[in-house]
Design a binder for this molecule. Structure first.
Ligand SMILES: [Zn+2]
Ligand SMILES: [Zn+2]
Length: 328
């Protein structure tokens, strides 16, 4: 199969011809129809995350078609459309796994990080961590739901109940999905972008944001909660300053530049600062049907698999709105 391979951090991906993977017990062989490009892929390729397997096939927003079943696999049939998310395996036995927090499992293995992902024509995945997807939307449109959508949804849930005025910092793939979910739930969205990024602000307004402006600005009202998707630590004190007493600021990224020190006044008043890590399968079982029902419209830019490096470079430079998706 053709795959785009990360051989070492800091180097471009290499087009490679690899043996077709063979599904092991309980695994599916999946013909990849589309694979989203996530900011986490950039962090892995740049060496900002500690321990990827190398060489590695990146990609954890995989939409594909079941091509073969490994021994004992029985959840899906050949030809079914499935999605493969970041969470690829958990131990099932630790105190996190046994308390509904498998996203925190210390033994967890992640797709496109500990195991090969979807920047390839074929992938294998543990069927217990795959999700059925309907075929009424295109694979390209569904791919960003598998991480950007799921993490955005989990971040929104962790922001707490009763959030009417929701701030979103960094209006990329996750934000453009969660803004639609929040709007469908009757919340007001306040979108913060890089200073001077008028295109991203227009994009946010087109998706239903009540207000859009630069992240250095104060919104017209105090926020009930804020979600930060940009990997910029300086946004943490900015978001706390824009958030009302009792509000929650959720950091949605897996990596962030250092957070500058700030006055305790910004946290005082029972404001909460927290991160969101990974996803649980329960999150996906809630979010994927919800996304189909709303329906969430993803704005995608398609790249052929061989142009994965261009897709990553465009993501880094903020050259598109929405999400990049590789099409093998
Ligand atoms: Zn565990
Ligand atoms: Zn991701």
């Amino acid at each position: 199969m053709k795959a785009m391979l990360l051989e070492r951090a800091g180097a471009p991906l290499v087009a490679a011809e690899l043996p077709d993977p063979v599904p092991g017990p309980g695994q599916l062989l999946i013909r990849v129809l589309a694979c989203g490009v996530c900011r986490t892929d950039l962090h892995i390729a740049d060496g900002e995350l500690a321990r990827p397997k190398l060489p590695l096939v990146l990609g954890h927003e995989v939409v594909g078609e079941v091509a073969a079943l490994g021994p004992g696999a029985k959840r899906f049939a050949i030809g079914n459309r499935v999605g493969v998310p970041w969470l690829g395996w958990t131990c099932g036995a630790c105190r996190y796994c046994r308390s509904g927090r498998e996203n925190l499992c210390e033994q967890a293995r992640f797709t496109g990080y500990d195991v090969d992902g979807g920047y390839a024509e074929l992938a294998v995945a543990d069927e217990r961590y795959c999700f059925a997807l309907a075929c009424d939307a295109t694979a390209e449109a569904q791919a960003p739901w598998l991480c950007a959508g799921l993490i955005g949804y989990r971040a929104l849930k962790l922001a707490g109940d009763g959030v009417q005025r929701l701030g979103i910092y960094g209006f990329g793939a996750a934000a453009h999905v969660v803004a639609q979910v929040a709007a469908a739930q009757g919340r007001e969205v306040y979108a913060f972008t890089r200073d001077g990024d008028a295109a991203a602000q227009d994009f946010a307004r087109a998706l239903g944001a009540a207000w859009a402006g630069p992240s250095s600005a104060r919104p017209p009202v105090a926020l009930d909660a804020a979600l930060i998707f940009a990997p910029v630590g300086a946004l943490v004190p900015a978001a706390l300053a824009a958030t009302a007493r009792g509000g929650c600021v959720v950091c949605g990224g897996i990596h962030m530049s250092p957070i500058p020190s700030f006055d305790y006044d910004l946290l005082w008043g029972e404001r909460v600062l927290r991160s969101v890590a990974n996803l649980t399968r329960a999150d996906a079982e809630e979010f994927l049907p919800l996304a189909a029902r709303i329906p969430v419209t993803t704005h995608t830019v398609a790249y052929p698999l061989a142009q994965a490096n261009e897709a990553l470079a465009d993501l880094r430079a903020g050259r598109f709105s929405g999400a990049a998706v590789l099409i093998p």
